[in-house]
Design a binder for this molecule. Sequence first.
Ligand code: 7GP
Length: 836
Amino acid sequence: FIYHNEDKAKKIWELMQTYQGVDQKSIQRSIVNHVEYTLAMTRFNFSDFGCYQATAFSMRDRLLESWNDTNQYFTTHNVKRVYYLSLEFLLGRLMQNTLNNINMEKNYREALLDIGYDLERLYDEEVDPALGNGGLGRLAACFLDSLATLEVPAWGYGIRYDYGIFKQVIRDGYQCEVPDFWLSGGNPWEIERPEVVYPIRFYGYTEKYEENGVERAQWKGGEIVMAKAYDTPVPGYNTFNCNNLRLWKSLPAQEFDFQSFNKGDYLSSVEMKQRAEYITSVLYPNDNSQEGKELRLKQQYFFCSATVRDVIRRFKKNNSDWKDFPKKAALQLNDTHPAIAAVEFLRILIDEEKLDWGEAWKILHSSFSYTNHTVLPEALETWSVGLISHLLPRHMELIFLINHYFMEDIAKKYPGDYQRMEEMSIIAEGDDKQVRMANLCILCSHKVNGVAELHTKLIQETIFKRFHEYFPNKIENKTNGVTPRRWIHCANPKLSDLITEALEDSEWIGELERIEYLENFAEDEEFVQKWIDIKKQNKEKLAAKVKEVLGIKIPVNALYDVQIKRIHEYKRQLMNILYVIHRYLTLKDMTPGEREKVVPRVVIIGGKAAPGYHNAKAIIKLVNAVGDIVNNDKDIGDILKVIFYPNYCVSAAQTLIPASELSQHISTAGMEASGTSNMKFVMNGCLIIGTMDGANVEISEEVGEDNMFIFGARVHEVDDIRHRLFAGEHNPIGKRLQRVFDAILSGTFGDVSIIHPIIHSLMDGKDYYLVTEDFDSYVKAQNKVDDTYRDQKKWNMMSILGVSRSAKFSSDRTIEEYCDSIWKVDRIPIPTPSDS
Ligand code: 7GP
């Protein structure tokens, strides 16, 4: 222990001799203490919410013990750490996950029951912290869980937004956005760190000066905003290690604005301070598309600067030679959003630490790496040179310098190839010059990765082709994964118990490879019956939830067919609902006797649309409108139900996924980088209907194509088809689909005029996402789904095989790969209290 005064240290240690007890009395005492002393509630009568808070505080106390010990250990051993920089962490609720990771769920459940509280009800009291949009943010959260579980010294860094992703409310079938002030009830999981603050500069100018014959620069003037740290402990599964997620909040700088004050302009000085707080107030609600607002760039720089300073401060505590930096820190950029961190790092090394360019560049390059999450052009970030020069003048100079040296290298290797230089340049020339953040990231990183094999191949061959030629060893694949702790063990506890019973121990939760053994039970009648019962119970739970939220009764004996993800044209929720309409019209044609033979279905679609994404909002309206008609049609009854599940979020996913039997991952081939919910569904015994896109390809390799319903154009066909469609050479729309369009346009589903322009353009062949092209093979695949579902024995076997072959998709596997080939970090288990 590094205390300055040993006597003092000893005294303090004696005062806090023991760690929190795990017996019932200790747990109860710690909860009730928090009721009284932290919450100042009366211990004679406290609400479920009060009890939730006190329980969370009591758990946090425990986490802090291991959190402190872990950090102390890592500091004294001067270990290499991973820093995961992300503008989004979509954590989901923490209580259940934490109790399971620290193996205390049973203890807490019993302790609470004894004083009259039901743990499951407390779980529902927690707000779902939703500081992310979708896949990218949720991946970051799964990675944190795996990093801690694998005992890798790692910190997440992000922004503590006051408002997470908006709450989606459906009014008259349309999406409305309601702000999510998730902190209103307090946040018992975090620790405010008033002592960890950094000043962050914006605007201003650079001043050049000479020092020992070297020209140097300094960034001066402008405005200062403070960044304050908030820490959330991240426990691993079945380990004493506890990592950290550090989120930054913006605050006004302490110094009073004397200029305004002297002018007697007190109010405008207060206003300026409020502007500072505004920086971290809201998460931008765009998924897979960029919103080029100045405030967003401010958020990015604000969080990057604070993070880089914090990382450097930690490095300097134990190290004096800058050359050692890459041996002590690996910084991972979660897409290009934190790209400016690389430039900030360079700026500090050169302007403040006075390193020369070559040294600084080498250190930067060996410690940074970058993950790409999409090939969609609308999501590839660019910022105008004008804006960056205004907000971050010194950074703009450095970006020009980086580009200058790089262009010199390219010119040397490919003399006269101006086309290539133009493509590879960080700066896109034109009237409004732009900085291409991806090019910047690739240059600054020693490794760049895609998130599934197909996606990686695509970035190597398309958007980053020139870079792949120039740096043939830089771009590699790291197929995504998800944590089995949250997505099997917590979301589906009954399934988890059954797996544990079959495998005769619970180690599979921390080592998913072991789940392979389940294959032996695929035809074991007793086991299969239990499997069926669990799915049924999960469906009942979901049906009750749908009744509670929407007032709609859905049958439990129907096939539960689910598509939940952000609403996006490339994800083709439109194709899904067009098929549902087709199914409805076909049912209407039938006699009641014929209808009875059809496999009953409950189709559930859920997801948020970016507030400015008009077409996505139109799709939501159509789904709701179809539901209104179908669900109230007496001819149809329970044979088809169509549900738009509102406000899809992590906690909703935890109810929906375990209850699903079929899930849809039907993006246009080549457009979904990976997808991660596909992995969660497979782990929960759900079958997939999908295209050969993203991680579906690898899922089909693992579970076997026969155990999925694959359809649609393959990636190598897409360009040609698109070309044909847009050249007006499209095939006439098939009869079935034309009938669906006619029904929509003629008002069968009420006023859905908002979708009409999209339908018309599909009819005109303006079908960028190949909905009309893939429709027939989609219908075929859906028919196969029905046929297979009729054979329940087969269906359940496919379901069990899927789970038993899902091990590859654990984020533990993904993280191990990052550790080995990108970060070069070791696993460092810290001694548990009983060891010392
Ligand atoms: C998503 C991809 O769309 C999804 O396919 C992938 O599974 C996920 O990242 C995790 O890698 N991308 C985003 O969420 C996103 O906003 C733009 O990408 C930067």
